[in-house]
Design a protein around this ligand. Structure first.
Ligand SMILES: C[S@@+](CC[C@H](N)C(=O)[O-])C[C@H]1O[C@@H](n2cnc3c(N)ncnc32)[C@H](O)[C@@H]1O
Length: 197
């Protein structure tokens, strides 16, 4: 159930070759990274969970398996082709083809005012300062007090000004930021930020 298939990889790499700056990685996250991401979200206690940039759904399957009964789940993916596959694979989930900047629109559409947990698969270091800023503003608006924002960063991203700028923004805007160990069994190696509002 949680295994990334060859077909997922082929589809993901195809989308990367079309829009590398948006997809931000040549392969979907590994099951090892997915495990850290979804175990750091406090998902079993959350009433409302949002996922940004699910891609082929490597985090989505784990999020759905960890949700408590009755919890709301909304996923927002910008790539139309990936969105269509996600809807086929997870017919029980609310999946919107849009930018995560519009997270509040989709929460309100479900009669919700905030999320307890936001799991982000976005390639933040591939984004310019304006997009990083607007995504961060929307995330803080959408996150309930005490809520968790969980996101990953590629190790090599710390050498990029945009990766360092993202890290600074997290430290400035969240009172608590935890960093995981490096997950070496991921292409490229990555680590997880767990930020509490
Ligand atoms: C690095 S991939 C991660 C995919 C998946 N979460 C994983 O870990 O394998 C980033 C994903 O974010 C999506 N994306 C990029 N910008 C986005 C945005 N502004 N809003 C929503 N999704 C976005 C891309 O289409 C892509 O599927």
């Amino acid at each position: 159930m949680f295994v990334t298939t060859i077909l997922d990889r082929v589809q993901f790499t195809g989308r990367f070759l079309r829009r590398p700056w948006r997809v931000g990685a040549i392969a979907p996250s590994s099951n090892h990274l997915a495990e850290v991401m979804t175990s750091w979200g406090g998902l079993h206690e959350a009433n409302v969970v949002v996922e940004y940039g699910p891609g082929t759904g490597v985090f989505t399957s784990r999020i759905l398996a960890r949700l408590k009964p009755g919890a709301a789940f909304i996923a927002i993916e910008l790539d139309r082709v990936l969105c269509q596959s996600l809807r086929r694979r997870f017919p029980e989930a609310a999946i919107y083809c849009d930018s995560a900047v519009n997270v509040m629109t989709w929460l309100r559409r479900h009669g919700l005012s905030a999320a307890d947990c936001i799991v982000s698969g976005l390639p933040w270091a591939a984004f310019g300062p304006e997009l990083q800023q607007s995504l961060m503003d929307s995330t803080l608006e959408a996150l309930a007090p005490g809520g968790r924002f969980v996101t990953f960063a590629y190790l090599q991203g710390l050498a990029l000004p945009s990766g360092r700028a993202f890290r600074r923004k997290l430290l400035e805007r969240f009172p608590i930021v935890r960093t995981s160990r490096v997950v070496w069994r991921n292409l490229p190696p990555a680590f997880v930020y767990q930020c509490t509002r």
